[in-house]
Design a protein around this ligand. Structure first.
Ligand SMILES: [Zn+2]
Length: 171
C-alpha cells in the first residue's frame, strides 16, 4: 500500500525551519513516541508540499525533505502587519501587564467568530503593531520522519474529510 488519495497515514516527524539563504535550522516540533500524526491524505488538511513529498511512500519508509515557503505557509506579507489602537488592549493589559511584550502571540478575533494569532511587533503610547502572518510564513520547512502505518480510509471518513478513531476525531 502506498500513500495516496483516501489513505489514512500515521507518521512520526521532526520539524526544523530555516529562513532565506541561512543554513541555520531552528527546531519547531516533533511527534512523541507512540503518538504519531494521523491524517486523511488528499483532503487538504496538510500543506501541499508536505503531501506531495509523501505521496507514493510505503509503511516503514524514512523521509527527509525540505519545503519552500511558497509550498508551505507562504511568504510574509506587509499587508498582514497591522497597527491597532492601544485602547483595545487597555483592559487586558491591566490584568496581564506582560501582554504586550514584543514577540508575544496574542489570540484575537474579528468579531465574526474568526480567531487569529497575532504577534506583537511594536508598542507605542497610541498604537500596537501586530503581525498576523503565520509564524512559519517565509520559512523553509525541513521534515525528517518515518511512515508508521497506512490503511484504507473508511467511507465515512472520506465523506467527513477526516480520520476517526485513534489520532482522529471522535463523534
Ligand atoms: Zn467524522
Amino acid at each position: 500500500m502506498q500513500v495516496n488519495e483516501n489513505k489514512v497515514v500515521s507518521l512520526s516527524y521532526h520539524l526544523e525551519v530555516s529562513e532565506g539563504p541561512e543554513a541555520v535550522r531552528t527546531f519547531v516540533e516533533k511527534t512523541e513516541a507512540g503518538n504519531p500524526l494521523t491524517f486523511l491524505f488528499g483532503v487538504g488538511s496538510m500543506i501541499p508540499g508536505f503531501e506531495r513529498a509523501l505521496e507514493g511512500m510505503s509503511q516503514g519508509d524514512v523521509f527527509d525533505f525540505s519545503i519552500a515557503p511558497e509550498e508551505a505557509y507562504g511568504i510574509s506579507s506587509d499587508d498582514e502587519i497591522v497597527e491597532l489602537p492601544y485602547s483595545i488592549f487597555e483592559e487586558e493589559v491591566k490584568q496581564h501587564p506582560d501582554l504586550l511584550t514584543i514577540g508575544n502571540l496574542i489570540p484575537m478575533n474579528d468579531g465574526q467568530g474568526h480567531t487569529f494569532q497575532g504577534k506583537v511587533k511594536s508598542v507605542s503610547m497610541e498604537t500596537v503593531t501586530m503581525d498576523f502572518n503565520h509564524p512559519l510564513a517565509g520559512k523553509t520547512l525541513h521534515f525528517k520522519g518515518t511512515i508508521e502505518s497506512l490503511r484504507e480510509a473508511e467511507p465515512e471518513e472520506i465523506s467527513h474529510g477526516h480520520v476517526h478513531g485513534p489520532g482522529g476525531h471522535h463523534h
